[in-house]
Design a protein around this ligand. Sequence first.
Ligand SMILES: [Zn+2]
Length: 257
Amino acid sequence: MEIITIPCLQDNFAYLLICNKTKQAAVVDPSEAAPVKTTVEEHGVELTTILNTHHHWDHVDGNKELSEYFPNLSIYGHDSDRGRIPGQTEFLKSGDEVCFGEQTGSFLHNPGHTSGAITYVFGKFAFTGDTMFAAGCGRLFEGTAAQMHDSLNLQIGSLADETELYFGHEYTEANLRFALSVEAGNTEIEKKLTTVRALRAEGRFSTPTTLAEERKTNPFLRCTSTEIHSTLQTKDPKQDLAEKMVFKTLRELKDKF
Ligand SMILES: [Zn+2]
């Protein structure tokens, strides 16, 4: 399977997934139709499928126009997003497969950012939408910090270290600056910030990341870090150091960062 990153809107990413055997393709989170059409045509593939990670407009706004232009598209989303994802045809429930061309994938249900948020998994590739970003996570619109903690640490965190994570927004530089603010002694974060600044200066993108890198640099996967604990206790001596409470405080601090 080949993956093409399609920058959309201001800082969104859609991804074109191409089945090399059949030249059929799926697009993850088409926030707008035009750049997706162009990419499909450039690669000479047949778009058969849309994979929406959640219902927010900046992940689904291209659905309607794409389904008029490319007939009979399968449009996947979580079952609980019924009525919220334009043109949805596939309503994913626990254990369901996700298919296009000769590719078969699965999904993780990740409540937190929204109640129907999912991550699509095809072998070593995962598409996390707004649940997990490089060095960060999505805001809590429809879920609790405890749910988001589990979505990141127990669900996505159960994937293999070498898993490549393709996320929904280019927020990496700001996320790494926040990560350093709570864990200033983490040299892995500093190294990654230097790399990402160089990439961005050249107009390139920081997607994908890997789970191994995230375990080292993403504060939301590092709720047991003693340095993060001492940062939070400096801000509030009564800070509860249970993992989910650390996660909750980090998310609140990031909201104000
Ligand atoms: Zn969103």
